[in-house]
Design a protein around this ligand. Structure first.
Ligand code: CP3
Length: 342
């Protein structure tokens, strides 16, 4: 069993740096695009065998050290009684009768071990046949709830920011519902065999540090504390605003996932030496071609210089136009890198 990632999460020394990529199982893989001509996204997620096969697909193109489960942040919505449509170029859209946070009372309490059994079964299939660890995931409350309000990411989530600032009771109720259910879902993923769970706060960077600390951090912290108490290793990923890094670290996580906006050594300083760090290749470096991608990869590796606790990744998801051959070259470079003095 390849346990590099788990050892890195504990900040133990590893013979080479573990590497995986956010969005590695999706649209940058020709085989995935072929499959999607025949099957809808939600149908793939609903069928444990197909979901497991898509999760493993990256291994046919590049030898990553972890597989990220094929589903979506929005997968728990249906379990709570919401109807979800996956819109191309947009993402998950929640439909009628849900009209916004005022409908929080419509959310149905659910047991993930029952309503999300298909996801847990996909994990069991993967763990039985693969030699690399499987990563589960959930959305952080802020990012998850961004899909429960109207308004696009283009407007920098003004609706959600207004809710968080102005209708505190409603926000706390909505976030509170999801913290409870996402914690249980993440724990169930770990029980099914997921080696660790990533908590995605992909859109948190629209917030200022003060609003994050007072209104959002307490919810994310409760989620991460539940995971820690249950012994679930967690990667806490946030992107978009380096000023948030110390607060994101305060919220918890064995590792902090950081983006490319700060060089990784500076980001690690902001996060603190008591955490592992995941990142932080700019996904655009992969689009820029092999030479640029390898130069940027070397820069990340040199800045880390063999320090225990580094998981190599992109700073945000791979772009669908990424060339698998360039991704492979990056993986090979990470695996062959030798830190100075090692
Ligand atoms: O390889 C992987 O990373 C595993 C699978 C995965 C998906 N979504 C599959 C998916 C993961 C980890 C996610 C998480 C997710 N979903 C996030 C956090 C990651 C991040 O990038 O910050 C977010 C914000 C979402 C919400 C979401 N789902 C968006 C914004 C989109 C893109 C919409 C588009 O078409 O541009 C999705 C759809 C989605 N999720 C796809 C995949 C493979 C594409 C759907 C398709 O195949 O048509």
């Amino acid at each position: 069993m390849n346990d590099l990632l788990i050892r890195a999460l504990r900040r133990e020394p590893t013979e080479r740096t573990p590497v995986w990529f956010m969005r590695q199982a999706g649209r940058c893989l020709p085989r995935y695009r072929e499959l999607r001509m025949e099957e809808a996204f939600l149908d793939i997620v609903a069928d444990p065998r197909t979901a497991a096969d898509v999760t493993s697909l990256p291994l046919e193109y590049f030898p990553v050290d972890a597989l990220v489960l094929f589903m979506d942040l929005s997968t728990p919505f249906e379990a709570a009684g919401l109807s979800v449509e996956m819109r191309s170029g947009v993402g998950p859209v929640v439909g009628a009768p849900w009209s916004g946070p005022e409908d929080v009372g419509r959310l149905q309490s659910f047991d993930p071990r029952d309503r999300l059994e298909h996801v847990l079964e996909a994990i069991r299939i993967l763990v039985a046949r693969e030699r690399v660890p499987v990563l589960g995931f959930v959305g952080a409350p802020f990012t998850l709830c961004s899909y429960l309000l109207r308004g696009s990411r283009v407007s920098r989530l003004t609706g959600l920011r207004a809710l968080v600032r102005g209708r505190v009771g409603l926000w706390d109720r909505l976030a509170g519902f999801w913290v409870e259910h996402l914690a249980e879902f993440a724990i169930a993923q770990h029980e099914a065999g997921a080696a660790a769970v990533q908590v995605f706060d992909s859109w948190v960077g629209v917030l200022d540090p003060e609003t994050y600390r007072t209104r959002v951090l307490p919810h994310t912290r409760r989620l991460l504390r539940r995971l820690a108490a249950a012994g679930v290793p967690a990667i806490h990923f946030g992107t978009g605003n380096p000023a948030l890094l110390p607060a994101l670290a305060d919220a918890g996580g064995d590792a902090l996932g950081v983006d490319w906006r700060l060089p990784i050594d500076q980001a690690w300083e902001a996060v603190g030496a008591d955490r592992a760090v995941q990142g932080n290749l700019d996904p655009a470096a992969i689009l820029a071609g092999e030479e640029a991608a390898l130069a940027a990869t070397d820069d990340v590796l040199r800045r880390v210089d063999g320090r225990p606790g580094h998981i190599f990744n992109v700073g945000h998801g791979l772009d669908p136009a990424s060339d698998p051959a360039v991704i492979r070259a990056v993986v090979d470079r990470v695996h062959s890198f030798e830190a100075a003095g090692v």
